[in-house]
Design a protein around this ligand. Structure first.
Ligand code: BES
Ligand code: MN
Ligand code: ZN
Length: 507
C-alpha cells in the first residue's frame, strides 16, 4: 500500500473512497467530515440524526454515493469511522481505527482512498503523531502471512487498497504529516519483518536462515554484522549456548549487529539481546505434542531484536545500538545434552542443566556474557522464556524484570507509547534461592513456584550490575489478536517498543 500526504480539499479527491470520522456524541460534524457531509447532501448528519452513525470507537459506516452521475460526488463511497469519546481518544485509538478502516477498504475492494487524519482536531492528538499512528495502524492491520496457501485464498484482493492519501487543508502541516507517515512506516515495516520471521515454519527458518535475514537487514541499512559459528563460540567458551545446540543437525549461528549512532562515545550504548530458539522441542526433556508447533515462534525475541535494527538504521538515534541473537534449535538427538549435565557459561559460572527445556536462559547467559565482554552499558533481553508468564499475565502485558528502575521505566514508557503494554514483575531475594544447585553455581530450573521470576533471576546472574531489563514475551508474541492492529498470528511485539526505546535513549 502506498501512503502519501497532499494539501487540498478532501471533497475534491478523485479516489474510490473518502474516509472521514466522527467522535461519539457529536451531532453536527466539523472539519473534513462536515465538508464531505455537505458535498453529499447532508447524508452523514441525517444518518447521525437517525441513530445509524453513533461514532463509537471502531464503528464503520459505508455510504454509497454511487458516483458522479448519481450523486454529483465523484468518489463512490464515503466511509465514516467512529472514534469513540474525544476525551479518551489516544494513539492506540488512532492505530485501531486506521487498522479497522484499512481492512474494510480491502474487503470493499477499494483501490484508492483518501482520508483525513484521525484525532488531530478535537481529539487533541499532535497531527504528526496522529499521522504516524494512522500509518502504523493501516500497515500493521492489513498484515497477513499467506505465502504457503496455494488454494483457498481469501475472497478479497490482497493488494487493495493500493493507495491511501492523507489530505490536509492546511498546507503548513503537510511536511510534519509526511514525517509522521514516514516514521510510522519504519516502525510498522520493522514489526512486520518480525512477524514474518515468527510465522515462518522452523524447517525454513533455522538458525542459518535467521542469520541470512539479519545479514540482508544489515546490508540494506548499512549496519555492521558478524556471525559467529559454533567453533567461534566454543573459542569464547560459551558452554551454555553450545550445550543447547548439541542435539540439532542445524548449525547454531550467533548473530551480532551494530548500529553506530554515536561513534565517538562507545559507552553510549544499548545492547538488545533476543532469544533465538528457532524450534524448541524441549530437547531430551521433550515437550508434549499438544501445541508444540507454536515453538517455531521461540525465536520471537530474536526476531523483534533483529527487526528493530531495520528501523533503527532508518531513524538513526544518537546511540550505539548492538543486537545479539544466539540462534539455535533445541532438539533431542544422540549428541544432545542431558538433564543433569553441567555446562560452563562464558565468564566461568557452572550450571547444572536440570531440564533441557529451560534452554532459553542458557543461551541468554552467553549472549549477555558476550555483550558484557564487549562493554555493554545497558542490556535489554527479549525472550519467549516461560510458560509461567502466560499464566501470570496472559496476553495483556509482556513481563519486565530488572535491576535498574530507570531503565525499566524507560522500557515500560516505550511500550506504553506504542501500544505494546509491559508490566514490571518483582525480582525478590526469596525466589532467587530456588536456582541453587547441589553441585554447581546455578541450576537452570527453579521449581514450581514463580517460574518466570526464577528464570529472570537466572539471567540476572549474568547481567550482574549492568543496568538490565528482561522482557518475557511468552504470551504476547503470538496468538489471539488483542489489538486491532494485530491480526491473528504473530504480533511483532515488542519490536516497536524497542525502536522507541532506542529513539528515546538516543534523542
Ligand atoms: N520456550 C519455552 C517457554 C514458552 C512456553 C514460550 C509456552 C511460549 C509458550 C521455554 O523454553 C520453556 O520450555 N520453558 C519451560 C521452563 C521449565 C522447564 C523450567 C516452561 O516454561 O515450562
Ligand atoms: Mn524450552
Ligand atoms: Zn524455549
Amino acid at each position: 500500500m502506498e501512503l502519501s500526504v497532499i494539501a487540498g480539499d478532501i471533497t475534491a479527491q478523485s479516489v474510490n473512497a473518502i474516509v472521514v470520522n466522527l467522535f461519539e456524541g457529536v451531532e453536527s460534524p466539523g472539519g473534513g467530515t462536515s465538508a464531505v457531509d455537505q458535498a453529499i447532501g447532508g447524508a452523514i448528519s441525517s444518518l447521525i440524526a437517525d441513530g445509524e452513525i453513533k461514532g463509537g470507537l471502531g464503528e464503520v459506516t459505508v455510504i454509497h454515493t454511487m458516483g458522479d452521475a448519481f450523486s454529483g460526488f465523484a468518489p463512490d463511497r464515503v466511509v465514516v469511522a467512529g472514534l469513540g469519546s474525544a476525551e479518551s481518544f489516544d494513539l492506540d485509538g488512532a492505530r485501531s481505527v486506521s487498522a479497522i478502516v484499512a481492512r474494510r477498504l480491502r474487503r470493499l475492494n477499494v483501490e484508492s482512498a483518501a482520508t483525513i487524519v484521525h484525532g488531530a482536531g478535537i481529539g487533541g492528538l499532535d497531527p504528526e503523531a496522529a499521522a504516524e499512528a494512522l500509518a502504523e495502524g493501516a500497515i500493521l492491520g492489513l498484515y497477513r502471512f499467506d505465502k504457503y496457501r496455494t488454494s483457498s485464498k481469501p475472497k478479497f484482493d490482497e493488494t487493495r487498497p493500493v493507495s491511501l492519501t492523507l489530505v490536509e487543508n492546511d498546507t503548513s502541516k503537510v511536511s510534519s504529516l509526511e514525517s509522521g507517515i514516514s516514521r510510522g512506516q519504519s516502525y510498522a515495516n520493522a514489526s512486520i519483518a518480525a512477524r514474518d520471521m515468527v510465522s515462518e515454519p522452523a524447517n525454513v527458518l533455522h538458525p542459518t536462515k535467521l542469520a541470512e535475514i539479519a545479514t540482508e537487514i544489515a546490508s540494506a541499512g548499512g549496519l555492521d554484522i558478524e556471525i559467529l559459528e559454533a567453533a567461534d563460540c566454543e573459542a569464547l567458551e560459551m558452554g551454555a549456548y553450545i550445550g543447547v545446540s548439541l542435539g540439532s543437525h542445524q548449525p547454531p549461528k550467533f548473530i551480532h549487529m551494530t548500529f553506530e549512532g554515536d561513534a565517538s562515545n562507545p559507552d553510549n550504548n544499548l545492547w538488545i539481546v533476543g532469544k533465538g530458539i528457532t524450534f524448541d522441542s524441549g530437547g531430551i526433556s521433550l515437550k508434549g505434542g499438544a501445541g508444540m508447533g507454536a515453538m517455531k515462534g521461540d525465536m520471537s525475541g530474536g526476531a523483534a531484536a533483529i527487526a528493530s535494527m531495520q528501523a533503527i538504521a532508518e531513524l538513526k538515534p544518537n546511540l550505539n545500538v548492538h543486537m545479539v541473537c544466539a540462534a539455535t534449535e533445541n532438539m533431542p538427538g544422540g549428541g544432545a545434552q542431558r538433564p543433569g549435565d553441567v555446562v560452563i557459561a562464558m565468564g566461568g559460572k557452572s550450571i547444572e542443566v536440570d531440564n533441557t527445556d529451560a534452554e532459553g536462559r542458557l543461551t541468554l547467559a552467553d549472549a549477555i556474557g558476550f555483550a558484557k565482554m564487549k562493554g555493554a552499558k545497558r542490556i535489554v533481553d527479549i525472550a519467549t522464556l516461560t510458560g509461567a508468564m502466560v499464566v501470570a499475565l496472559g496476553s495483556g502485558h509482556s513481563g519486565a524484570f530488572s535491576n535498574d528502575d530507570e531503565l525499566v521505566g524507560q522500557v515500560i514508557a516505550a511500550g506504553e507509547s506504542r501500544g505494546e503494554p509491559i508490566w514490571r514483575m518483582p525480582l525478590d531475594p526469596i525466589t532467587k534461592k530456588q536456582n541453587r544447585s547441589d553441585i554447581a553455581d546455578l541450576k537452570n530450573t527453579g521449581g514450581r513456584g514463580a517460574g518466570s521470576i526464577t528464570a529472570a533471576h537466572f539471567i540476572g546472574e549474568f547481567a550482574g550490575d549492568t543496568p538490565w531489563v528482561h522482557l518475557d514475551i511468552a504470551a504476547t508474541n503470538m496468538g489471539r489478536s488483542v489489538h486491532d492492529w494485530e491480526p491473528t498470528g504473530a504480533t511483532g511485539v515488542p519490536t516497536r517498543a524497542l525502536i522507541q526505546l532506542a529513539m528515546d535513549l538516543g534523542s
